[in-house]
Design a protein around this ligand. Structure first.
Ligand SMILES: CC(C)(COP(=O)(O)OP(=O)(O)OC[C@H]1O[C@@H](n2cnc3c(N)ncnc32)[C@H](O)[C@@H]1OP(=O)(O)O)[C@@H](O)C(=O)NCCC(=O)NCCS
Length: 324
């Protein structure tokens, strides 16, 4: 049986760092409030990089780690809700930036913070069915261009960044064991951004709120519930106990949400990877960025069982289990 083996990881964050202290000068907030309520201390903000540039830099690092040429890539799937343009897809820009061969398939997936796991699920199915031999799966977002920098309730939470993996079709027991993706559109108003598409008159669209809108308290509760459910689903499908899990890499939105998930699973702290103190919530970039860091720090070893779990606007939620 063919499996999608992750043979390389990469990530990229823009240079500019905005600390909680910097935010204190912009809105009525404090380092204490932000760090105790969220766990976030600083975030990277894109000034010069666009989404496709961040995605391409992360992908380039992943290809280098994998020792794979862009010419060998058959499929590029990018999870993003802050695409380079409405169309073409950010994936097509990545194809062009990296020199991936003409004729490869490239497309984006819109699932907000679950974008990377949705993209992984799709690419995994292409690999398992033999439709692609090697795939680039990327998560990238640039929420700095969606948030209202005068709104303290949202601007403190997010950062910009990208992460990528190279999947290769290989026989054996190592690779993606399962992916589960879910959504419940009736909760769309919990977290959204952007105008409705026409036919609204132009003036109406112009006046509409362009910024990200979030019901933080409700999103928090749903996040804890759905992430817990998604992990249980992955564990049951793969007949895993908490002891079998080497590392949980959750979506990095809020340390209190991550800790609630950790407690539900009865996992020790050292089995849960967090880096949101330095990056904030990078949406679709968050899981692959954390994975790349964990790999480069030697936290992931051959045959380890790694669990990923996410939630985000849509509402969407997802999980994946991987034997490394
Ligand atoms: C946003 C979030 C951190 C707010 O934390 P909370 O403990 O629920 O705080 P509340 O929203 O109840 O607000 C408490 C108070 O802090 C204030 N507050 C909100 N943001 C603030 C900030 N940045 N600085 C200081 N005070 C702030 C509120 O106005 C409120 O004041 P009030 O009591 O006088 O009305 C939390 O709800 C959360 O993380 N939700 C999930 C959001 C998320 O992850 N979204 C992305 C999904 S992928």
């Amino acid at each position: 049986m063919l499996r999608s083996k992750i043979i390389g990881t990469g990530s990229y964050v823009p240079k500019k760092i905005v600390t909680n202290q910097d935010l204190e000068k912009m809105v009525d907030t404090s380092d204490t409030w932000i760090s105790t309520r969220t766990g976030i201390r600083e975030r990277h903000i894109a000034v010069e990089d666009s989404s496709s540039e961040m995605a391409s830099k992360a992908a380039k690092n992943a290809l280098k780690a994998a020792g794979v040429s862009p010419k060998d890539i058959d499929l590029i799937v990018v999870g993003t809700v802050t695409p380079e343009m409405t169309f073409p897809s950010t994936a097509c820009f990545v194809q062009s930036h990296l020199g991936v061969k003409a004729g490869a398939a490239a497309f984006d997936v819109s699932a907000a913070c679950s974008g990377f796991l949705y993209a992984l699920d799709i690419a995994d199915k292409y690999i398992k069915t033999g439709a692609a031999g090697k795939a680039l799966v990327i998560g990238v977002d640039q929420f700095s261009k969606l948030v209202d920098w005068n709104d303290r309730a949202t601007c403190v939470l997010f950062g910009d960044g990208a992460g990528a993996v190279v999947l290769s079709a290989e026989k054996g027991s190592r690779g993606v064991l399962s992916c589960h993706i879910h959504s419940d559109g009736k909760h769309w108003e919990m977290l959204y951004s952007g105008n409705p598409c026409p036919p609204s008159p132009f003036e109406e669209r112009k006046a509409a709120n362009q910024y990200l809108v979030m019901n933080g308290n409700e999103t928090f509760k749903i996040a804890v519930r759905t992430m817990g459910g998604a992990i249980t689903e992955a564990m049951e499908q793969n007949k895993l106990t908490a002891e079998d899990i080497s590392l949980l890499i959750p979506h990095q939105a809020n340390l209190r949400i991550i800790n609630a998930t950790r407690d539900r699973l009865k996992l020790p702290d050292e089995k849960v990877y967090t880096n949101l103190d330095r990056y904030g919530n990078t949406s679709a970039g968050s899981i692959p960025l954390a994975l790349d860091e964990a790999v480069r720090l030697g936290r992931v070893k051959e045959n380890d069982i790694i669990l990923f779990v996410s939630f985000g606007g849509g509402l969407t939620w997802a999980s994946a289990a991987v034997r490394w």
